[in-house]
Design a protein around this ligand. Structure first.
Ligand code: MG
Length: 325
């Protein structure tokens, strides 16, 4: 009937980085608290911070301060996103990460808008990150964004993604995360691309990073599992979306992913009730409702309306008055 599905799936929580970078800057202690909440939910991998330009991404400023406040647990693999040599050096200096996450796009359009460089130039940055990480004894994984489509160019040919995956593997990356930055993936694209990457670079770890812009993220997870993918990125509450990919582009919500997988009998090791609680706290932290659905379906009595709004928090979202505008 179907291909064999994995009995166990690894989830990498990206909310503290990919999620919060799309929000107004939060206090350092709150960002550390979010990482601790994700650790408390037993997520096995967490992308904790990014060492990027504070001018380019103000919400991610102060990574060393955030990281120093985190109560890191030894059984959890925390990673840092780094754009280049300088970022990698800062992450290594901060210490305590299990791996570094480099990134680039498969397509010129998004890469130019995101980092102001050609894909070829970004490959140079990946090489520098690998060099710094290797000297520190750390593995590097590479996020390949726009692997299923580019907001400026439209379709991205799978052969281009395969080429980028090959190049980063040649540079020494141990894994790639195929990013659907724009939510343009569908199961047929997933069935096509994943085996192509695996055939071209046997042994390279493949993670999939789906966005739910068009509602296809969970379908894409199923498609990816059918072709052997056993690791996925997701963000608590469905936070996130690149500022360089216009439109509603939230990440797949971690609690929705866990709820579906556990319901299918696929072990994630993640405590979904902790995620439900954390998602409510995150909504209060960022001051607006998040798109995740599972907990609202299971606990409708604890809807957004029940949240104790705190107008002193950054990003406070005031409810429109009845009859207003
Ligand atoms: Mg994302």
């Amino acid at each position: 009937m179907t291909n064999a599905l994995p009995s166990k799936v690894t989830i990498r929580e990206v909310g503290p980085r990919d999620g919060l970078q799309a929000e107004q800057p939060l206090p350092v202690a709150m960002r550390a608290g979010l990482i601790d909440m994700m650790s408390g939910a037993e997520l096995p991998k967490i992308e904790a911070v990014s060492f990027v330009s504070e001018q380019a991404v103000p919400s991610m400023a102060g990574a060393p301060e955030v990281w120093s406040m985190v109560r890191a647990r030894p059984e959890i693999a925390y990673s840092a996103l780094v754009p280049n040599r300088r970022g990698a050096e800062a992450a290594v200096a901060a210490g305590g990460f299990s791996s570094l996450q480099a990134f680039l796009a498969a397509s010129e359009g998004y890469n130019t808008h995101n980092v102001g460089k050609s894909v070829e130039e970004s490959l140079g940055d990946v090489a520098a990150v690998v060099e710094v990480a290797r000297a520190a004894g750390l593995p590097v994984e590479v996020s390949i964004s726009c692997a299923f489509g580019d907001p400026y160019e439209g379709e991205v040919q799978p052969s281009r993604v395969v080429e980028v995956a090959k190049r980063v593997a040649d540079l020494g990356a141990v894994g790639v995360s195929l990013g659907d930055t724009t939510g343009m993936a569908n199961p047929a694209k997933v069935w096509e691309l994943v085996p192509m990457v695996r055939d071209a670079v046997p042994g390279l770890r493949i993670n999939c990073h789906f966005h739910d812009s068009r509602g296809a993220a969970l379908a894409n997870v199923l498609a990816a599992m059918e072709v052997g993918v056993e690791e996925f990125d997701s963000a608590i509450g469905g936070m996130g979306g690149s500022p360089f990919a216009p439109g509603p582009n939230g990440n797949l919500a971690t609690e929705d992913l866990v709820a579906m997988l556990e319901g299918m009998g696929i072990d994630t090791g993640v405590d979904v009730m902790s995620l439900f609680t954390a998602a409510r706290m995150v909504e209060n932290m960022i001051g607006h409702r998040l798109p995740a659905r599972a907990w609202r379906a299971d606990y409708p009595e604890h809807g957004w309306e029940a949240l104790p709004h705190n107008p002193n928090l950054p990003g406070y979202w005031a409810e429109p008055e009845d009859g207003a505008g």
